[in-house]
Design a protein around this ligand. Structure first.
Ligand SMILES: [Mg+2]
Length: 235
């Protein structure tokens, strides 16, 4: 049995539900933008959004992991027609992005997450590995973690090894003494496993594991976490 020294966590859909958070952030940012512009903007459908996103990423592949820049480009795409002055436009896009980011951090933590993290932080090194652009420092929980790694830091997304390798570099903890916790079967569980990192699956909705014959240890409530950790990785 390995001796866990470092526990790394995914953020979105692991500590909070991301869908409602993003929908609200998007809605409020659009309202904010229309308030500045003084008229309704044609935002298009969700399919349009995905198409624009794909086109932008094709032009500039770094947008696959630079969500901040991607968001700014999407805002620009919809609003450039309303501005003549480039300086004013750039400042507006920047402000709109800052507004979005504030809204994007209005998350509702799942029950008991914070309690569990407080407890773990006294015993383990803790880290964050996220493909998104949430910042634990903006959420007032930065003090619980030894480090936080986003896609922009490693220029790649999980399940690629960038986040995991950087975590080992910073913490000096071997993969076999690391446990990664996340909701995504591929990005989190398979990504970690491939490198020999222990993985724990946060499976809130009781999804079936159909990726291989070896279902990961899983939990669906944060109140179960400490027991599962002790049972499977305790000394
Ligand atoms: Mg996630």
């Amino acid at each position: 049995m390995s001796k866990i020294e470092l526990i790394t966590f995914d953020l979105d859909d692991t500590f909070w539900d991301i869908k409602d958070t993003i929908i609200n952030a998007e809605k409020n940012t659009r309202k904010w933008i229309e308030g500045i512009i003084g008229e309704e903007v044609n935002w298009g459908t969700f399919e349009d959004f995905m198409r624009i996103r794909a086109e932008l990423a094709k032009e500039d592949p770094s947008l696959e992991y630079d969500l901040g820049m991607l968001r700014k480009k999407i805002i620009s795409h919809h609003t450039k027609q309303y501005f003549n002055n480039k300086k004013e436009f750039d400042a507006f896009v920047n402000d709109a992005y800052i507004f979005f980011l504030e809204e994007r951090h209005k998350v509702n933590f799942y029950d008991d997450v914070l309690l569990v993290l407080e407890k773990l932080s006294t015993k383990y090194k803790l880290g964050v590995l996220t493909n998104g652009n949430a910042d634990v420092n903006k959420l007032g929980i930065g003090h619980l973690f030894d480090f936080s790694i986003s896609s922009i830091d490693v220029k790649s997304n999980k399940p690629d090894q960038g986040h995991f390798c950087r975590a080992r570099e910073i913490s000096k903890v071997n993969f076999e003494d690391t446990l990664h916790v996340g909701d995504h079967p591929i990005n989190d569980v398979l990504g970690a496993r491939k490198l020999g990192i222990n993985a724990l699956w946060f499976n809130l909705n009781d999804a079936n594991w159909d990726l291989d014959e070896n279902p990961p240890i899983q939990f669906k409530k944060w109140s179960e976490f400490t027991n599962i950790l002790e049972k499977n990785y305790g000394n």
